[in-house]
Ligand binder design. Sequence first.
Ligand SMILES: [Zn+2]
Length: 158
Amino acid sequence: MTATITEVCISAQAAELIQVESNSKWPHETGGIALGRFEGSTVRIHQATPPGPNAKHGLASFVRDGDFAQQELERVFSESTGSVDYIGEWHSHTLHVGPSPRDRRSMEFIAKSSQYSAANPVLLLALPRGLLRDRTYEIQAFVLVASMLVQVPVIKES
Ligand SMILES: [Zn+2]
């Protein structure tokens, strides 16, 4: 399904997990998958998963633990009786810079892959606001539309 997505609402729980995980792995990248649901033109992110034990954390790259992500997806999907599903990916950057060409290509791969039923996957990026200890992260959201990553506003739920 191709949808027009105008905003991403992220739960306090998901935002907190992204903040804590990103902070603890800096200066390496980390990430996981984003789980939630589409509500009209709004995407609601209920949960973000940790990277999993076999993830690969580079200075400018991140590969999540695919088996771990799949288990988390199946668990959350069944616990929510199917109302919470795969929405997309999240990962941190070491510096406050937006999506890379590789980020765009990997989201395009997901959009085209039959393993994911996500025609417009969402990419959440956690970008550090500073480089000192206990840095906070800005969460930006991008939706893949016609092979482009289009930024949409993020609303944090309290
Ligand atoms: Zn990236």
